[in-house]
Design a protein around this ligand. Structure first.
Ligand SMILES: O=C(O)CCC(=O)C(=O)O
Ligand SMILES: [Fe+2]
Length: 364
C-alpha cells in the first residue's frame, strides 16, 4: 500500500525552502521575512485564483485591528442528535467549524502541546539534526508551500507520519520515548475522531448504508499526517506572515489551537475572519479532496495564520487523508461530476507543482 511519504520524493525542495530562520537569534524581522503587502506576495496564480477574490488579496493585518467578528464560525456539539446535519451544513457554508463534546481528554491536548513546545524550544542547531530531507515528508522544517513565495514565513514545523521515533531519537537521544508516546496516542485519538466526522458527513450527504460502508471501508485505511506548527514571538507582526493563505490538500483537518488565536479564514463577502478558539473545542476544516468527493459542495476553506509580538503560538494540525493509491472522485449521486477522478498521489503531485491552482486543473 503506497503512502503519502512517497509522493514527496518526486518533488524535492531546495535546502533554503526547508530550513527555517533561527528565530531565537534575531531581534528584528529580516528582509527575507518582510511581506510588504501584495508586491512581495506575488505568486500570480494564487493571487488570481478563484479562491482569492480581488477585494481580498493578501493584506498584512495590523494586530490591533479587531477582525471581523460577525458572522461567526459554527460550534457543533457532537453529542447533539442533529450533529450530522449541522456538520454537513457547516461544510457547505463555511468549510470550517468547531466541535465540542468530542470525547477527547483535555490532558491529551496539554501533553501534545507541551511536547511540541519542548521540541520547538530546542536550540536551532539541535532542531536542524531532525531537518526534513529534500525529498522527505517528515521532520523539522518550513512549510511545504515555501517555494511558491519570494518571502519566507514566520513559522517552523515538524511533520510526523506514523512513528516519530527516528527523528525524536536524534533530538533527545536519552529522552525520546515520552514524545513518541504522546504523538502516537494523539494520532490514534485523532484517527478515531476523523472516522466519526467522516461518518457524520456521509450521513449528511444522504448516502445509503451500502454507500456509507464502502466509503468507510476506504477511509478506514486512512493515511494521515500530524503537523506541529510553531509561530515564535515576532518583533513586528504587521510586516510578516505565519502561514500564507492556502487550502489543505486532504479530506479533513482537525486543528488544536494553543492558548492564542491566530488562524483566519477567507469568507465571501466578509473577508478574513479570525477563528476564535472555543474552550475545549477542536477546529475542523474541509480539505481539497473532500471538496472533490462532495462534487464541490463542501468548501475547501482558504486560511492563513498571523503571528504575535510576545506570544509563542503553537498549533497541532492532523490531516486526515487516504492512501496515495486510492482514487478520489465526486460522488455520483451529487450530480454531474465537476471534477475528474484521480489518485491521491496524482493530486498531491499537482498540488506540489501548482499549489492552489491544482483544483482548477482537475475541474471538468
Ligand atoms: O496554525 C494554524 O492555525 C493553522 C495551521 C494550518 O493551516 C496548517 O497546518 O495547515
Ligand atoms: Fe492549513
Amino acid at each position: 500500500m503506497s503512502n503519502l511519504c512517497e509522493v514527496y520524493r518526486k518533488t524535492p525542495l531546495k535546502p533554503h525552502h526547508i530550513i527555517p530562520l533561527d528565530f531565537q537569534s534575531v531581534e528584528s524581522v529580516p528582509d527575507s521575512h518582510v511581506w510588504s503587502d501584495c508586491d512581495d506576495y506575488n505568486p500570480t496564480e494564487i493571487l488570481n485564483s478563484h479562491l482569492w477574490p480581488e477585494s481580498h488579496k493578501f493584506r498584512i493585518q495590523d494586530e490591533h485591528i479587531v477582525p471581523n467578528e460577525h458572522p461567526s464560525i459554527p460550534i457543533i456539539d457532537l453529542t447533539d442528535s442533529n450533529a450530522a446535519d449541522y456538520v454537513g451544513q457547516a461544510c457547505q457554508t463555511w468549510g470550517i467549524f468547531h466541535v465540542t463534546n468530542h470525547g477527547l481528554p483535555l490532558g491529551l491536548f496539554e501533553d501534545v502541546e507541551s511536547e511540541a513546545r519542548r521540541l520547538f524550544s530546542l536550540p536551532s542547531q539541535q532542531k536542524m539534526k531532525a531537518l526534513r530531507s529534500p525529498g522527505g515528508a517528515t521532520g523539522y522544517g518550513s512549510a511545504r508551500m515555501a517555494p511558491f513565495f519570494s518571502k519566507s514565513m514566520w513559522h517552523e514545523g515538524f511533520t510526523i507520519m506514523g512513528s516519530s521515533v527516528d527523528h525524536a531519537r536524534v533530538l533527545w537521544p536519552n529522552d525520546y520515548k515520552r514524545f513518541c508516546e504522546v504523538m502516537d496516542e494523539y494520532q490514534k485519538q485523532m484517527k478515531a475522531l476523523a472516522h466519526k466526522l467522516f461518518l457524520m458527513i456521509l450521513k449528511s450527504m444522504g448516502l445509503s448504508e451500502e454507500e456509507q460502508n464502502w466509503a468507510l471501508m476506504v477511509q478506514s485505511n486512512e493515511s494521515n499526517a500530524l503537523q506541529l506548527n510553531s509561530y515564535p514571538p515576532c518583533p513586528d507582526p504587521t510586516r510578516t506572515v505565519g502561514l500564507a493563505p492556502h487550502t489543505d490538500s486532504l479530506l479533513l483537518t482537525i486543528l488544536h489551537q494553543s492558548d492564542s488565536d491566530g488562524l483566519e479564514v477567507l469568507q465571501d463577502g466578509a473577508g478574513w475572519v479570525r477563528v476564535h478558539r472555543a474552550p475545549g473545542s477542536l477546529t475542523i476544516n474541509v480539505g481539497d479532496l473532500m471538496h472533490v468527493f462532495s462534487n464541490g459542495k463542501f468548501k475547501s476553506v482558504c486560511h492563513r495564520a498571523v503571528v504575535k509580538r510576545t506570544h509563542h503560538r503553537v498549533s497541532i494540525a492532523y490531516f486526515s487523508g487516504l492512501p496515495a493509491d486510492s482514487v478520489v472522485g465526486p460522488l455520483s449521486k451529487l450530480g454531474p461530476p465537476r471534477y475528474r477522478a484521480l489518485t491521491v498521489e496524482e493530486y498531491l503531485g499537482m498540488k506540489a507543482q501548482h499549489l492552489d491552482r491544482a483544483l482548477s486543473l482537475i475541474r471538468i
